[in-house]
Design a binder for this molecule. Structure first.
Ligand SMILES: Nc1ncnc2c1ncn2[C@@H]1O[C@H](COP(=O)(O)OP(=O)(O)OP(=O)(O)O)[C@@H](O)[C@H]1O
Length: 314
């Protein structure tokens, strides 16, 4: 058995999320109502300046972790806990308010909202999706049969996508996303909408991706899906990282907490989440910048706007 290289624990890191926070400024009718009740001068000033009453939504706060090749990382948490935001940030579709994300290759996000063209057939969308992911026209053409087979939509693959059910659309998006064999694959609940037969095929595909040393991030509300398909899980609550560990352990803890919430036992839920927070080992991600600064020799063109105090201009 291969011995892992313990001297260099970051050797296989594929994604590093470093102290990421995301905040949104959004209009609020509640804030508007409070303004209506505020003093008339402040109210008039804001009306003249045209400021909409806004509130800050903290979607993510101080998230840090490192994912590695071969890991399937499940993201669990209740509605609005920040799972989809974290995927979008990793995919580079949004910039964090604070912190940064480093990835060793382009992460491909496949979500239920992935943009394909509704008027085109499933087959045409396969080509389109593959080209959008950076495959050449020849590679996209070669990928069509495999994607069709994985999606398993039969003759419906020749019909316009706007005629598909949400589950059929999700299956096609999942199949397209895996066609480019992305090293970092991000899935937002795509599995939850498939039927049993598709679930089996998609799990086999995920196994294949895992074997080819890819990293998979999967968002799901179903702790069982995370438990069955992931090696590791991250539990988010109100944008904060509650637990990060083996999928089975995290799923069991999350399920207990969700049960307490569902049964209207806020004290039990509070105790469970506080225990989890207390046990969590804080992860700090440090990114080593290259040490030697870039040097320009006389053969290099000096970058514009750089001045020098050397009278010879070297
Ligand atoms: N574009 C946006 N503008 C303003 N607020 C946003 C935006 N996107 C997300 N949010 C807010 O950020 C928080 C986290 O949302 P996010 O969609 O990441 O949660 P989630 O865990 O994926 O939820 P769900 O399980 O319901 O899909 C929520 O409070 C949400 O209202």
């Amino acid at each position: 058995m291969a011995v892992p290289d313990l001297a260099d624990p970051f050797a296989q890191a594929t994604v590093a999320v470093q102290d990421v926070s995301v905040r949104y400024r959004v209009p609020s009718t509640d804030a508007a109502e409070r303004r209506r009740r505020a003093n008339p001068i402040a109210r008039a000033a804001r009306t003249v300046l045209g400021n909409d009453p806004k509130v800050i939504v903290r979607a993510l706060s101080g998230i840090s972790f490192v994912a590695r090749s071969g890991e399937q990382v499940g993201l669990v948490g209740q509605n609005g806990s920040g799972k989809s935001t974290l995927l979008r940030i990793i995919a580079g579709l949004e910039n964090p308010t604070k912190g940064r994300v480093l990835a060793e290759s382009t992460p491909v996000l496949i979500g239920v909202n992935a943009a394909l063209v509704p008027d085109l057939s499933g087959e045409e969308n396969i080509r389109l999706g593959c080209l959008a992911m950076g495959l050449t026209p020849a590679q996209a053409e070669a990928a069509v049969p495999e994607v069709k087979e994985l999606a398993g939509l039969g003759k419906s693959i020749y019909l316009p996508m706007k005629t598909y059910s949400s589950g059929m659309g999700a299956r096609l998006r999942f199949a397209i996303a895996t066609a480019s064999n992305p090293h970092i694959l991000l899935i937002d609940e795509a599995l939850a909408t498939g039927d049993a037969a598709f679930k089996e095929r998609s799990e086999a595909r995920m196994q294949g991706l895992r074997k080819s040393a890819g990293t998979v991030f999967l968002v799901s509300h179903a702790a069982q899906t995370i438990e069955e398909t992931c090696t590791r899980a991250i539990w988010l609550n109100h944008g904060r990282l509650v637990l990060d560990g083996p999928a089975e352990d995290v799923a069991v803890r999350y399920r207990k907490w969700a049960w307490a919430i569902a049964k209207d036992k806020p004290d039990v839920a509070k105790r469970l989440i506080e225990e989890a927070f207390a046990e969590r080992e804080q992860t700090q991600v440090r990114v080593e910048e290259p040490r030697s600064p870039r040097r320009y020799t006389s053969r290099h063109v000096r970058p514009r706007g750089v001045s020098t105090t050397n009278p010879k201009g070297r």
